[in-house]
Design a binder for this molecule. Structure first.
Ligand SMILES: NC(=O)C1=CN([C@@H]2O[C@H](COP(=O)(O)OP(=O)(O)OC[C@H]3O[C@@H](n4cnc5c(N)ncnc54)[C@H](OP(=O)(O)O)[C@@H]3O)[C@@H](O)[C@H]2O)[C@H](O)CC1
Ligand SMILES: [K+]
Length: 491
């Protein structure tokens, strides 16, 4: 798991640690890590450090201070270091150290854009957690100038300048990084879409504040976490203790969604799957999966809504009864259009951006799909708070928001996964995960957020296996779930 903390959480932790340590020590730890990574990158892309061209952009605050002390260390290794200050204000001790080590230090001028583009390595120390409002002039044209092939490796200090550390929004000019070294803990911008896309490879540097940090605001679940959380079959298990998943999906018009949701649940290892729906597609489901039981009975978690038409009263009644039972449920597609009052965290809504925009509109918000895509976490959160349910928003980064404020993300393994039916398979996998953890969810329904992200990680991994770098069909994703599970590190 990668944990991210807000600026306020970081500053509070940093304050407590700094009070016990000599002044400037945390900055030296940050600068040392930047120097080590810089040297590694220079060896990799330029074959060495001595004489290699390093341009350092140093802003007004301590992010600039980190950059200046790193510049001093890298200059002492023999690199050709030019520091361009991007504000009238500069960290005085850092600038003195850089000069003493042989780096040139002068203000950035618009024509320096070309020098930046020709460097082997560009350090971005313009702004960190104190930054706001995007890149300022005269730096705004810089990202476009660096975009060409053969430009420098961009190493962001703490975060790509221009991002708001606490948010996933990307609505202002940002200097995208190839590598981001972040200090103490990740920040929400590193994990939340679309901002996360500008961070490149993320490295969290331990500067000694971890012990003072509270529970993270945002977490990214990794494959190893999914392995740990997945409920394994035990020798004493029977099909009921493994978890029974009730699937209410499909209808006369959308038979495939029923099959795919059932496939997802079966392949993820449900003890038993019960299907609720009309005779057609029930026969089809039974034909594809003879192990499925058709008709009512006890279940531990529901999958509700894939392929259910808005005017399907028969399926609508099944969905309403399932939600009223209070059992954990995946609320997808057709079920999202008929949400009752009184949802709770064990109800996991699984919209894509367009569905979430429609849902928020019914709650009186003035949002469209583009607004949701521009800030997925904020909108998922808004919907979770307003409905009381957990919200899993599908996208390149899957964002899960609990009504209590926790956010868990899962990075998608392949963009090929945005294909028809893939969401039905995810709903089925998640149903099995919820059913397998029904006991834990009864004790603490807020666990649903993490479990939803577990399902997203496995779904993404199954897609990557099935696709093998190319296109993938939804049914193949379901078929690849067992292999995806056994391939998880730590399985
Ligand atoms: N957290 C830790 O434990 C440690 C953090 N370190 C580093 O310190 C920065 C945070 O430093 P801080 O001085 O608080 O803030 P910044 O450097 O991020 O920003 C300072 C000033 O920069 C100006 N600013 C704001 N936004 C922008 C922008 N978009 N473009 C350019 N400049 C911007 C603003 O000043 P103005 O007077 O110009 O308005 C800010 O006040 C943290 O990120 C780490 O890198 C420590 O070194 C290690 C411990
Ligand atoms: K930065």
């Amino acid at each position: 798991m990668i944990a991210a903390h807000t600026v306020a959480q970081v500053r509070a932790a940093e304050g407590r640690v700094m009070a016990r340590l000599p002044a400037g020590l945390l900055m030296q730890r940050a600068a040392a890590a930047v120097d080590v990574e810089s040297a590694r990158i220079l060896r990799e892309v330029a074959g060495g450090v001595v004489g290699r061209r390093v341009v350092v952009l140093a802003g007004a605050g301590d992010n600039g201070g980190d950059a200046l002390f790193a510049a001093a260390r890298t200059a002492r290794r023999g690199a050709d270091v030019l520091v361009l200050t991007t504000s009238g204000r500069v960290h005085a001790a850092g600038a003195a150290a850089a000069r003493a080590a042989g780096a040139r230090v002068r203000p950035f001028a618009p024509e320096d854009t070309a020098l930046c583009a020709e460097a082997d390595l560009l350090l971005d120390g313009i702004a960190g957690i104190g930054g706001s409002g995007g890149l300022r002039e005269p730096l705004r044209p810089l990202p476009a100038a660096l975009d060409a092939d053969g430009g420098p490796v961009v190493l962001a200090l703490d975060l790509p300048s221009g991002l708001d550390a606490d948010a996933g929004r990307l609505d202002a000019a940002v200097l995208p990084a190839d590598v981001t070294l972040t200090f103490g803990t990740a920040k929400p911008c590193h994990l939340l879409g679309p901002a996360a896309r500008t961070c490149g490879r993320l490295v969290v540097v331990d500067i000694g504040i971890t012990g003072e940090l509270p529970a993270p605001s945002v977490r990214r679940l990794e494959p190893v976490d999914a392995a740990r959380a997945w409920r394994r079959a035990r020798p004493e298990d029977d099909k009921y203790s493994r978890g029974v998943v009730g699937v209410v999906a499909g209808g006369a018009d959308y038979t495939g969604a029923a099959v795919l949701a059932v496939e997802g649940a079966v392949r993820a290892g449900a003890g038993m799957v019960r299907y609720g729906g009309p005779a057609h597609p029930a026969e089809l489901v039974r034909h594809v999966r003879p192990e499925v039981v058709v008709g009512p009975g006890r279940v531990q978690a529901w999958v509700l809504g894939p392929g259910v038409a808005p005017d399907d009263e028969e399926q609508g009644a099944r969905i309403a009864a399932a939600l009223a039972s209070g059992e954990p449920a995946v609320v997808d597609a057709g079920a999202l259009a008929r949400l009752p009052e009184g949802l709770a965290p064990q109800h996991v809504l699984t919209p894509h951006a367009g569905e979430l925009a429609r849902l928020l509109a019914t709650l009186g918000r003035d949002v469209d799909r583009a607004a949701v895509e521009a800030d997925p976490a904020a909108h998922a959160h808004d919907a979770a708070r307003a409905t009381g349910a957990t919200v899993l928003l599908k996208g390149t980064v899957t964002t899960v928001a609990g009504p209590g404020g926790d956010v868990v993300t899962a990075a998608s393994a392949t963009p090929w996964l945005s294909t028809a039916g893939a969401g039905d398979v995810l709903a089925g996998i998640l149903g099995t995960v919820l059913a397998g953890h029904a006991g834990a969810l009864a004790a603490d329904p807020t666990r649903a957020a993490e479990l939803a992200a577990v399902a997203a990680v496995v779904h993404g991994r199954a897609a990557a296996l099935a696709a093998a770098g190319g296109p993938v069909a939804a049914r193949d994703v379901a078929d690849a779930v067992p292999a995806a599970l056994t391939s998880l590190p730590g399985w």
